[in-house]
Design a protein around this ligand. Structure first.
Ligand code: SF4
Ligand code: SF4
Length: 341
């Protein structure tokens, strides 16, 4: 029986994927070499983008200010490293059972430039990593919001993405017209404790062309986001604010480059946390160590602006399909006053 797009989608959904979209490889024409899936599989005909939702409830503990590890475990680490890849892997095997090669591609970070030269003339060096959100636009799953987070009509900002590159010729999905979901409300900008998403009026924009469409999003300072995400922003981390009140890490006031912020965040995130005479029962140390033992890292911000605020806006304005019996936010959010100076 010939393999069809419908068969691939039905199989992926039966294995737990929530969304499956298909792009013909031609939609990647003009992509930077280091992000072009055709350099991973030159005979490729289709790129299949897979998504599994982030349950809204994984944000509940951080929203209430009482429980952090749930989000890191279920919405980040295990969702990205296990739940979604497993369904993607099974879908790749299903395609291969029908006689086509299927390359399940882990969505790495394209900005990690290769340090090695090409192994053949005329091709990029290892590793090529397609930009997963751009691939998801090409596959018709949704659009990149102003916040740079990928948005779908089904779940708004709540999903993690994966990819399969195959030589099967599958019927493509239409691209979602830009502006269908994100209405530039700026809720993400207002609520981001990392102050890293510029306002639309500041005109700090990333703009690309994809399959004849212009796609743009805010030029987010990913270094400040990474500092905040990893708990090094006293405005977002109650652990830092409570246990190290003298550490005046005001991320909003930093003028560091993205590279400087990455260096600090990843060094501290990768540290071996243990009890010391200074922290005999240190809660920061205990907290970080627990997170590192269970997930390998910790997601402290809980995406307060780029996902939680965006999700609430899209739910309230009926711009997405996911609906709930109750509003997500039922009281004023907790706030840690920013440090002075
Ligand atoms: S909160 Fe969401 S919908 Fe509003 S501007 Fe940001 S990304 Fe767009
Ligand atoms: S994860 Fe937090 S700091 Fe980063 S963009 Fe989202 S809201 Fe801002």
């Amino acid at each position: 029986m010939p393999l069809t797009a419908q068969m691939v989608k039905e199989f992926g959904l039966s294995r737990g994927l929530d969304l499956v979209g298909i792009a013909p490889v031609e939609r990647f024409e003009g992509a930077p070499e280091q992000m072009d899936p055709r350099y991973i599989f030159p005979a490729a005909r289709s790129v299949i983008v897979t998504a599994r939702r982030i349950p809204r409830g994984t944000y509940r503990g951080i929203e209430e200010g009482t429980h952090w590890s749930n989000y890191t475990f279920y919405a980040y680490n295990r969702l990205n490293m296990f739940f979604r890849p497993l369904a993607t892997y099974e879908t790749a095997c299903f395609i291969e059972d029908h006689g086509f090669e299927a390359v399940p591609v882990y969505p790495g970070v394209p900005e990690c430039n290769p340090t090695r030269g090409p192994l053949r003339p005329g091709q990029p060096g290892p590793d090529v990593f397609p930009a997963i959100r751009i691939a998801a636009v090409a596959g018709g799953l949704g659009e990149i919001g102003w916040s740079k987070v990928f948005l779908t009509r089904q779940f708004g900002p709540r999903q993690r993405l994966g990819m399969i590159v195959t030589d099967a010729d599958l019927e493509p999905d239409p691209i979602v017209p830009p502006g269908s979901i994100c209405d530039r409300c700026m809720a993400c900008v207002r609520d981001c404790p990392g102050h890293c998403i510029p306002h639309v009026r500041d005109n700090q924009v990333v703009r690309i062309k994809l399959a004849g469409q212009t796609i743009e999003w805010a030029d987010v300072h990913m270094g400040k986001c990474t500092l905040t995400h990893h708990g090094l922003n006293v405005e977002a981390s109650p652990f830092l604010a409570r246990d190290c009140p003298g550490l005046r890490l005001n991320v909003a006031k930093q003028e560091c480059s993205e590279e400087e912020a990455y260096k600090l965040a990843y060094t501290i995130a990768g540290a071996t946390w243990r009890k010391t005479p200074e922290f005999p029962s240190g809660r920061v140390v205990d907290y970080y160590k627990t997170m590192l033992d269970t997930t390998g890292y910790y997601a402290v911000c809980g995406a307060k602006g780029c996902i939680r605020a965006c999700m609430m806006h899209l739910e309230q304005t009926g711009r997405i399909e996911a609906t709930f019996q109750n509003e997500f936010r039922r009281r004023e959010p907790w706030v840690i006053p920013p440090p002075e100076g």
